[in-house]
Design a protein around this ligand. Structure first.
Ligand SMILES: [Zn+2]
Length: 1003
């Protein structure tokens, strides 16, 4: 791609200390530096910890000697010196640089954890975690004559998973019923049959070890057993659980000698619900001011009012830990990922201040001469205000004359509180022409609607529906608040094997159609009249939208093209010299002769082999290079897919993913059932806040730097994150690595700058600053972790790795790294305890449970029954998720509806997301951000069934419905209100699936 039009000193063109050196082997998946025994670097003894009572080492083998130096040691200052200057647009890109945006994993990771130390505490912890994943769902699996858990041998970790061994599992014999609760009384059977799984979805796994999972056509909600279970289950007997601080509501402490015969009580496992509720109780509804470096924000599930006092709101940036380790050795020792999940355009609620806009006129933003960081609260003014020291690179800069201000008695500028860039964590700058392509202001963006008018879309009424609804939806094109009408122009294309462009110029009486049959080399047949202002051309556009369904009503064309459609949209934007977004409504595998033609390659035989990754890779590199072209021209692609069979989502979804677009998928679309969900999605997508033609740069203070990026992004070098567009729901997860020591005094500072074009065509910079603490105490690091952000990071790094590595290896790495993080805590921060105890730091109480949820996601499960397209879809979806969405996605909300207080306006308290929590007297709502299920027990109260469904009994409920009937009854109103609250702020309209299942007693 060529963007030579940018000016000679573009904002991101300067070399930066610590940036610009591409580390050869970063990443959790195959980082050779991990092959050095991480545990070997643990400090031999000493109370590093501040938690609990002693900080003594637990009994265990003496730590081995220092590890052999790994091939890629951290902590080299050379990284600075060696960092070669990066050019923003360094000429022709390397041949394979699209792939490089997700390539750095190397399949060598297994050995990382097989040091002598690993075979004891780490492995045992891994075993205990696996025990949790069995037992957390209520299956007692204690082998009758198994002694205390012995360490697994190093080799046993490398053996492939074995199937469950019935002789050890002893189905049924050890099962303890779940403890009596209001939901699950003493009489309730813990043995529930599998949930009905409509639409390729699964419910939580059943509680009993006798259960054999049925074929799963697709998997979302935590079903099935991860393979680790089979590997380590038998060793798990007697695993007990404890963690500092105890667990409210659970057994006080399970410390003590191992008791091999006793199963792990699911209730003794820390409850995510409890953690969420505790945080809500202590921090909910309060004002959270961001004035302190390194402070840990409320959980993403807690509602509070955020006040920017110098650090970016957690709505914009959340971190895996708010206290970085001072050295890379310490980071390697703990193996806690150091990452930030950045959602630069996150929606700000109306009760919080919107971002201020700073305008320095022609002078442009004030920036450090050396590292190009933008003026922010981390700059220290000195010499009476004439100079300032950069908080990122320490360079001392002159204050430009126009920006001079005197300092007060504590060395602060007198205008400190008048300038957002001096006192706030987040703000925007008006960008000068230097920041624009070709040194001229950008044109406002355009939306192009591209409708597949092949036979099936006409026949099922989809084309008619889209055309009809667009007429009203286009009234709501996004606009700046102060403006009367949207600056966004619109254009229309229909296609099957050929493309039809429409001229909808306002002075025409009738729209005109131009057909492009040469799909091999698409050109734009008209410039004037293709992209128009909606208000001005309204009558011609409505005329067109009325005509399109009839125009193709007699078409028998089944074949479609796809890549040429994107190409056409991109070329049209290019010709109009504006960024924009394509809305493509597509249904089938593009088999017509054209670039990007696909064949059905859905080969289930690849599942569970080393070649499984192929299923997640695009079939041809046409889409890779197309995505690159799109990003180069600020063309974002949003795809609405309506597949009735395999359509190769891995290929079709690539351009949407890499261009910051969104992929929506409606399997077997049925007008009467799925219409509303689709229309909600379309409306939301048209209206949502979005920035175009964006480049993001993450700067850091000295000692560490951003090394890896995950999201709807493309990178042509190691530092510039390019995005054709980024909307309010998209997040980029950034991983950091040390390249030197960090100081406890200065902390670790992060500045994220996004240069973008607004919906009205203004070029702006959005700046987010965040200061983190640093510590040489491991306990501080563990205290400051955020599990929800950790899971976001683990999910994205694992889902990125599935393109290149066997899933088995990835799953093992996830389990091992989790075990390692916890083992390091236990060894260095916790008081001595029995080897069989699982010790969890307070901030990671629910990490093992969440990790199990991640492992149960259909992307990581190698099951041929799960649709390949569904797996590819979910993989792409997660790659751009923010923390709130990934939290709900991996740990769905399960709400008891039968205990509703119809007078309350609050959501009912959730219960743990496990099938063992369902009861046959109950009604439950289950939501994960994509789907919403209503689950009905066979003995659910008739008055509730009457109230919600307006039918006299269970047997009368229509099992096809996807929307609740509107019944004028308090139960119905309350339930619909709850569903509305859950749906709020979620990027996808959740598909309704009521009623999920009718459970029969005792089966
Ligand atoms: Zn600097």
């Amino acid at each position: 791609m060529s963007q030579q039009g940018y000016v000679a000193t573009p904002p991101y063109s300067q070399p930066q200390p610590g940036i610009g050196l591409s580390p050869p082997h970063y990443g959790h998946y195959g980082d050779p530096s991990h092959t050095a025994s991480p545990t070997g670097m643990m400090k031999p003894a000493g109370p590093l910890g501040v938690t609990a009572t002693g900080g003594m080492l637990p009994p265990g083998p003496p730590p081995p000697g220092p590890p052999p130096p790994g091939p890629h040691q951290f902590g080299q200052n050379g990284a600075h010196a060696a960092g070669h200057p990066q050019q923003r647009f360094p000429g022709p890109p390397p041949v394979n640089n699209v792939a490089s945006s997700y390539a750095p994993y190397q399949p060598s990771a297994q050995s990382s954890y097989l040091s002598p130390m690993s075979t004891s505490s780490v492995t045992q912890l891994g075993s205990q975690l696996s025990a949790m994943q069995i037992n957390s769902y209520g299956s007692g699996m204690a082998p009758p004559s198994q002694g205390p858990p012995g360490p697994l041998s190093a080799t046993s970790l490398q053996t492939p998973p074995r199937p469950p061994q019935p002789s050890i599992l002893q189905p049924g014999s050890q099962v303890l019923p779940p403890p009596p609760t209001t939901l699950n009384g003493p009489g309730a059977s813990p043995l529930l049959p599998p949930m009905y799984r409509p639409d390729g979805l699964s419910g939580p796994p059943p509680p009993n070890s006798q259960y054999q999972p049925p074929p799963l056509p697709g998997q979302t909600l935590g079903a099935g057993y991860p393979p680790q279970q089979a590997n380590s289950g038998p060793q798990m007997a007697g695993a007990q659980l404890s963690y500092p601080g105890g667990f409210p509501g659970g057994p006080a402490q399970l410390a003590g000698p191992p008791q091999p015969q006793k199963k792990l009580d699911p209730d003794s496992i820390p409850s995510p619900i409890q953690v969420i509720e505790n945080d809500r109780a202590s921090r909910g509804g309060q004002v959270y001011a961001t004035n302190t470096r390194g402070q840990i924000p409320p959980l993403v599930t807690t509602d509070c009012i955020i006040q920017d006092q110098g650090n970016a709101s957690p709505r914009f940036i959340r971190c895996t830990t708010y206290c970085f380790p001072c050295t890379s050795d310490m980071a390697k020792q703990a193996q806690i990922p150091l990452a930030a999940v950045i959602k630069p355009f996150a929606t700000i609620p109306s009760n919080e201040s919107p971002l201020y806009l700073v305008n320095h006129g022609e002078s442009g933003p004030v920036r450090c001469n050396r590292c190009k960081a933008y003026m922010c609260p981390f700059m220290q003014f000195i010499e009476g205000g004439r100079r300032y020291q950069c908080g990122f690179c320490n360079c001392v800069n002159d204050v430009p004359p126009f920006y001079f201000q005197h300092l007060d008695h504590i060395g602060r500028r007198l205008d400190h509180y008048e300038k957002p860039e001096l006192s706030l964590g987040s703000y925007e700058y008006v960008a000068t022409l230097d920041y624009c392509r070709k040194n001229k202001p950008p044109n406002p963006p355009a939306f192009i609607f591209m409708i597949d008018v092949s036979y099936s879309n006409i026949k099922n009424g989809l084309v008619k529906l889209i055309c009809e609804e667009l007429k009203t939806m286009l009234e709501k094109l996004p606009k700046e608040e102060q403006e009367e009408m949207s600056a966004i122009r619109v254009g229309f294309i229909t296609y099957n094997k050929v493309l039809h462009f429409f001229n909808v110029k306002s002075n025409l009486a009738q729209p005109q159609m131009m057909v492009v049959t040469d799909v091999g080399e698409v050109f734009v047949p008209l410039l004037d009249g293709f992209l128009v202002n909606y208000q001005e051309s309204q009558s011609v556009i409505h005329n067109l939208l009325d005509q399109i369904p009839d125009m193709f009503a007699d078409s028998n064309e089944n074949e479609t093209v796809f890549a040429p459609v994107i190409q056409a949209g991109m070329e049209a934007l290019k010709a109009a010299d504006c960024p924009g977004k394509l809305f493509i409504f597509h249904s089938s595998l593009p088999t017509a002769e054209a670039p990007g033609k696909l064949k059905n390659r859905d080969d289930k035989k690849l599942v569970n082999t080393d070649k499984e990754k192929i299923l997640f890779q695009p079939q041809t590199n046409v889409y890779d290079s197309l995505a690159k072209d799109c990003v180069a021209h600020g063309c974002s692609v949003t795809l609405f897919l309506f597949p009735s069979q395999y359509v190769d989502v891995a290929s079709l979804g690539l351009v949407p993913q890499l261009t910051g677009g969104t992929l929506y998928k409606y399997n077997n679309f049925q007008m009467h059932l799925d219409r509303q969900q689709f229309l909600n999605d379309l409306r939301n997508d048209i209206e949502k806040k979005i920035g175009f033609d964006a480049i993001m740069r993450v700067r850091t203070s000295t000692g560490f730097r951003a090394t890896d990026f995950f999201g709807g992004i493309l990178m042509n070098n190691t530092t510039d994150v390019e995005m054709a567009a980024i909307d309010c729901d998209k997040a980029v997860t950034v991983e950091f690595k040390h390249d030197d020591k960090l100081s406890e005094d200065t902390g670790a500072l992060i500045q994220c700058a996004v240069l973008y074009t607004t919906i009205s065509g203004q070029r702006r910079l959005r700046i987010h600053n965040l200061g983190l603490n640093c510590s040489s105490q491991l306990a501080d690091l563990y205290k400051s972790c955020e599990t929800d952000a950790l899971i976001n990071f683990f999910a994205k790094s694992a889902f990125k790795a599935v393109l290149h590595q066997p899933l088995k290896v990835i799953r093992e790495i996830l389990v091992n790294q989790t075990a390692h993080m916890l083992a390091c805590y236990r060894k260095n921060c916790a008081s001595p305890s029995a080897a069989s105890q699982l010790i969890l730091p307070d901030s990671m109480k629910v990490l093992p449970v969440y990790m199990n949820c991640l492992l149960k996601n259909c992307v990581l499960l190698s099951r041929p029954e799960i649709s390949t397209d569904e797996r590819a879809y979910q993989r792409q979806l997660v790659m751009t998720m923010g923390v709130a969405d990934s939290q709900l996605f991996f740990y769905p909300q399960l709400l008891p509806i039968h205990t509703l207080d119809v007078k309350s306006t609050m959501l009912p308290a959730a219960v743990r997301c496990s099938e063992s929590r369902l009861s046959e007297e109950g009604i439950f709502l289950l939501a994960n951000g994509l789907h919403m299920f209503l689950w009905l027990g066979v003995s659910s109260p008739p008055e509730l069934i009457q109230g919600i469904f307006n039918v006299p009994s269970f047997a009368h409920i229509n099992t096809d419905m996807t929307l609740l009937p509107e019944v004028g009854n308090p139960y119905s109103q309350q339930l619909r209100m709850i569903m509305g609250i859950i749906q709020q702020k979620r990027p996808y309209s959740m598909k309704g699936h009521p009623p999920l299942r009718k459970c029969k007693a005792g089966t």
